[in-house]
Design a protein around this ligand. Structure first.
Ligand code: SF4
Length: 399
């Protein structure tokens, strides 16, 4: 079954499930193009819809899933979906709108994962209301998976030769809290401890987390060599004014304190610690001075993996609170700030890779084409190499 995935690791997790499901069920949808949509920006929305339209114009069927087909965590109505994507309405007979998850999780499936690294969703939805976020309106209320289920899934992955799991979710570090705004209720670090104690998986990678959830227990556990030294934070801005307007619920000092503590995590090779960040530029009301606060902090804290994108006012069929804010920033200024930030991020990344040269790293082989192999070091540096290594193998590699 052909598929196209856009968006985050949560989408990849559910598409992996859905493809397993189809393989198991073989329910005749094989020729249908399966598309996982993302709504993080208007641009993201349009991208996959264009793919769908092209396929539909050739008379083929398309199954659409992901955030684009969700509303408050439930399957969106066809009428609502076509009001957001009117250009697809005339093809409605050839479109299947699919809910997020096909059926009960992986139990008993033959399970040939799509990826060498295994995405494990530990949490979904969110109760926060960041003023730029559409995801929260799509994926519904915050909910956590039980530790038992997560541990069982990781042990299952291990039993199938899996070497790395990537813990993911929508606001994943809120896992275990009754409400994602109650940061003190988070049981994220407790889950990390359970994974370290109850499984022997060699590599645990953590995807983007909110700094408001990381505590001393987390930093203690993070020194374990099985917790990979790449810590990615959902930061969005280093300007107090912008963070307040985003309704992030924390200030720049909390961010900086978390990054300082991350740099002090006890690892065999402290130089290997990589820090990643999600940043939005051009949020309504952001002045050049506000932007420069972020620009300077990215340098000061050595952000080695930057996901930066311009604020999206979401004009396509469904908006976010900040869409209505005064002082919207022009496209030109947004693009300029984003370009400057990404260029700075690339320079920091090049310097980080240079500092890791001459050091032996553990690389998980993720792809193999003929003689070529691709993989990632423990601190998220992509490498290409030659050799007869197998996908899923961890090798010692001198960078
Ligand atoms: S924490 Fe904010 S940005 Fe993240 S999913 Fe929740 S509302 Fe969206």
């Amino acid at each position: 079954m052909p598929y196209k995935i856009f968006g985050c690791k949560v989408n990849k997790f559910y598409i992996n499930q859905r493809l397993q499901h189809y393989k198991e069920q073989n329910n005749g949808l094989d020729t249908t193009l399966l598309i996982a949509t993302c709504v993080v920006t208007d641009r993201a929305k349009s991208k996959r819809i264009k793919d769908a339209k092209k396929t539909l114009e050739q008379g083929q069927r398309v199954a659409i899933t992901g955030c684009g087909t969700l509303e408050k965590g439930e399957l969106i109505s066809a009428e609502r979906f076509f009001s957001i994507y009117p250009e697809l309405r005339k093809f409605n007979k050839n479109i299947d709108l699919l809910p997020e998850s096909p059926t009960k999780l992986w139990k008993g499936w033959t399970f040939t994962p799509l990826y060498t690294k295994n995405f494990v969703v530990i949490q979904n939805g969110c109760d926060n209301h960041c003023s730029f976020c559409l995801t929260v309106l799509k994926r519904g209320k915050h909910r956590s998976r039980s530790s038992e289920e997560i541990i069982e899934e990781i042990q299952f992955i291990e039993s199938r030769g899996g070497k790395e799991v990537v813990l993911t979710g929508v606001n994943l570090a809120a896992r275990g809290a009754n409400n994602s705004r109650k940061t003190e209720e988070s049981r994220f670090s407790q889950l990390l401890e359970e994974i370290l104690q109850q499984t022997t998986i060699p590599r645990v990678r953590i995807s983007s987390i909110g700094t408001e959830f990381v505590n001393d227990h987390f930093f203690e556990l993070a020194s374990d060599e099985r917790i990979l030294p790449h810590f990615h934070y959902s930061i969005q801005s280093f300007s107090d004014k912008v963070l307040q307007n985003m309704k992030r619920g924390y200030g720049a000092e909390k961010l900086k304190d978390t990054l300082r503590k991350t740099r002090r995590i006890q690892k065999k090779n402290p130089e290997s610690i990589s820090i990643g960040a999600d940043i939005i530029v051009g949020f309504p009301g952001e002045t050049e001075a506000d932007f420069l606060e972020t620009f300077e902090c990215v340098q000061e804290f050595g952000i080695t993996k930057l996901h930066a994108f311009p604020f999206s006012a979401h004009q396509r069929g469904e908006g976010v609170p900040a869409s209505l804010y005064p002082n919207q920033i022009s496209i030109e200024i947004k693009k300029d700030r984003n370009k400057r930030l990404i260029e700075r991020g690339e320079r920091i990344r090049d310097a980080f890779i240079q500092r890791n040269k001459g050091i032996t790293h553990k690389v998980l082989i993720e792809e193999q084409k003929a003689e070529k192999r691709k993989g990632r070091t423990e601190n998220y540096i992509q490498v290409e190499l030659e050799g007869n290594y197998k996908k899923g193998e961890i090798i010692e590699y001198l960078l």
